[in-house]
Design a binder for this molecule. Structure first.
Ligand SMILES: [Zn+2]
Length: 264
């Protein structure tokens, strides 16, 4: 079977590496053994850069990084923090995207303006560096689309997409984007599976968003990239195609968006 790509996973977080420094490495090995040939690590904030890079260095050719400042970590001093994050980038590691970036007004609306400014600044960086974006959008689709409209044709994925048919249409009025599908699609009460045909296999990317959003039958537990085949199988069942068809299309999509050179 075609190798899968986990396009969004945080195996470097304390949930894996907190008590056992080798915990992240074991999780990467379990993912590879489960058929996940490549993983993309999006950054969160200044504290996550070093552990992210350390784990990526252990698996050359298997892990790519994205660099950026997550919207929930944006506050009044975002400019300074973002500069430090960019300065900490390791040029010896493959950086394939700016992310994760975007708008999150679910937890806190205090820094709405700053979130939009930080997102816009990071869109500009992506354009300059010719890199795609990994977009985190939670209760902020109006704001995300407003900022993105200043950057036509900037390639991006809407990570952890859980929206409606109408959301897909609104997003597509602006551009040709990818949609990251994770364990949400396996949840019993989710209507996301009905939206999959509208997105189409050629614009779906697989992701786990580990350690969050574990798919059924692991719902509520710590998620990890080795569970990606469950998400692939669920999408295949919903769309009435084979898991191999989902693997082939989503891996090709990820390689295209992130310009990946995949190991055999
Ligand atoms: Zn994330």
């Amino acid at each position: 079977m075609t190798q899968l790509i986990d396009t969004h996973t945080h195996l470097y977080l304390p949930e894996f590496c907190g008590e056992d420094p080798a915990g992240g490495s074991s999780a990467v090995r379990r993912a590879i053994n489960a058929g996940v040939g490549h993983l993309i690590f999006p950054n969160v904030d200044l504290s996550t850069i070093a552990p992210m890079q350390a784990l990526a260095r252990e698996f050359p050719g298997r892990i790519s990084c994205a660099n950026g400042l997550h919207p929930t970590e944006v506050n009044a001093s975002w400019r300074d923090v973002l500069q430090q994050i960019l300065d900490a980038e390791d040029t010896a590691l493959p950086v394939v995207a700016i992310g994760e970036v975007g708008i999150d007004l679910y937890w806190d609306k205090t820094f709405r303006e700053e979130q939009m400014q930080a997102f816009s600044r990071q869109c500009r960086i992506a354009v300059e560096r010719r890199l795609p974006l990994i977009i985190h959008c939670r209760e902020g689709l109006d704001e995300v689309l407003e900022v993105l409209s200043d950057f036509p044709r900037l390639p991006a994925v809407f990570h952890s997409f859980g929206g409606t048919h109408e959301d897909v249409r609104r997003i597509r009025r602006l551009g040709d984007y990818y949609f990251g599908i994770n364990g949400i699609v396996t949840f019993k009460n989710s209507r996301l599976r009905e939206v999959l045909p509208e997105i189409g296999l050629d614009r779906i990317l697989l992701e786990t968003d580990s350690p969050y959003l574990a798919p059924v039958p692991f719902r509520g537990k710590r998620n990890e990239s080795a569970y990606l085949p469950h998400i692939c199988a669920h999408i295949a069942q919903s769309m009435e195609v084979t898991p191999e068809a989902v693997a082939a299309a989503t891996t090709a999509g990820a390689a295209r968006l992130f310009n990946l050179a995949l190991a055999e």
